[in-house]
Design a protein around this ligand. Structure first.
Ligand SMILES: [Zn+2]
Length: 366
């Protein structure tokens, strides 16, 4: 249909050229070059429009293609799922590195090139990548863009209740901290990759099954570690509300200085309420996050100290970004284990009566 319309357009343009040549030749020679420049400009426009209109639909795959898929993931946790499911048949590039806050991130020109060159793009979704939404939407017109949290049933998301909806609350995007829910993101990844490389479907399905099994074991491991912390001390205070799913899944009360996005600053009232809780419950440790400014958490520590309660900074948690590539903390499973250990140690998963001291930052940095 588009091709037919384009051919008609071409015929019409060629007709104009013929007329132009006749009339230009009949009058002065000087008119001809001017007309040809205009015509060349028209042809450039025509070429661009034609290319855009006839680019392949994102869902059409070449059924015999077995070349490696070039995938781009927004955050490391998503990239790790794609790597696990894709195996050797997918080359994954992750846009946001360690310590980068996805709530505030805007793609750079280099990111835009990477995204344009990709065969497929994976994002977490639920507005985690708040400032990239328009870019992802645009990309979706030329290539598959997959939001992996689409694999999680809506009713399992935090913010899905009728009350939440009535209050205009958005879904909490930090799904990866309930490991059993994050395991569900393998399904949309597997399906999207299989659509691009139908011959590799069995390999993707086998890889996904292996990863899901690993995550099922990890879920149990975290649950066991958290249940070893005395119940009254299971209070996790962090820089922003990234751990709601963690708290719900593993029986820990979670309080954040900032809300579920880091876009808005914490109010003084919130800080004072948190200090009240720390003092009243004698919470031994609070936690900074690798991708969020520690100012709020340090303010809490000082606030509690001024009221005679010594709370320590129990260490750095990975919330919205993983650790350095090539280390254990640079994998999804490694980041969850790191957090599990730091939280258990900070909140006293042991019976030690020694006074706790501020822990070193994540990754052992000096
Ligand atoms: Zn967050």
């Amino acid at each position: 249909m588009n091709l037919v319309r384009a051919m008609r357009w071409w015929d019409a343009a060629a007709g104009v050229l013929e007329k132009g040549r006749v009339s230009a030749g009949a009058r002065t020679g000087a008119c001809a070059p001017r007309f040809l420049v205009a015509f060349a400009a028209l042809m450039v426009c025509f070429g661009v429009a034609c290319k855009d209109k006839t680019s392949p639909s994102p869902t059409i795959a070449n059924p015999t293609d077995t070349s490696a898929i070039r995938a781009v993931a927004t955050v490391g946790m998503v990239g790790d799922v794609v790597r696990a499911v894709g195996g050797r048949d997918v080359v994954v590039t992750v846009l946001l590195g360690p310590g980068t806050d996805p709530h505030l991130y805007k793609p750079t020109p280099a990111d835009m090139r990477t995204l344009r060159d990709a065969d497929i793009v994976f994002a977490s979704g639920l507005k985690l990548e708040g400032k990239m939404e328009d870019v992802l939407k645009d990309l979706g017109t030329t290539k598959p863009v997959v939001f992996v949290t689409d694999g999680v049933p809506r009713e399992r998301l935090i913010g899905a209740s009728e009350d939440d909806a009535a209050q205009g609350k958005q879904f909490d995007p930090h799904v990866w901290f309930d490991v059993s829910l994050w395991a569900m993101t393998t399904a949309p990844v597997r399906d999207a990759l299989a659509k691009l490389r139908p011959l590799k479907d069995p390999a993707f399905a086998a890889n996904a099954a292996v990863f899901e099994k690993q995550l099922a074991a990890l879920h149990e491991e975290v649950a066991t570690a958290m249940s070893a912390i005395p119940k009254e001390r299971r209070v996790l205070v962090t820089a922003h509300d990234a751990f709601g799913y963690f708290g719900r899944a593993y029986g820990v009360e979670v309080l954040g200085v900032q809300g579920i996005s880091t876009e808005s600053e914490a109010s003084l009232q919130t800080i004072n309420q948190l200090v009240d809780k720390l003092v009243a419950r004698k919470v031994p440790a609070i936690f900074v996050e690798s991708s969020v400014n520690p100012k709020g958490i340090e303010g809490l520590k000082q606030g509690a100290a001024s009221r005679g309660h010594n709370v320590v900074i129990g260490g750095e948690l990975f919330s919205d970004a993983m650790g350095a590539a090539g280390t254990d903390d640079g994998t999804y499973i490694g980041m969850v284990r790191h957090n599990m250990r730091v939280i258990a140690a900070g909140l006293g998963g042991t019976d030690s009566h020694a006074a706790p001291t501020d822990a070193k930052p994540a990754g052992g940095g000096s």
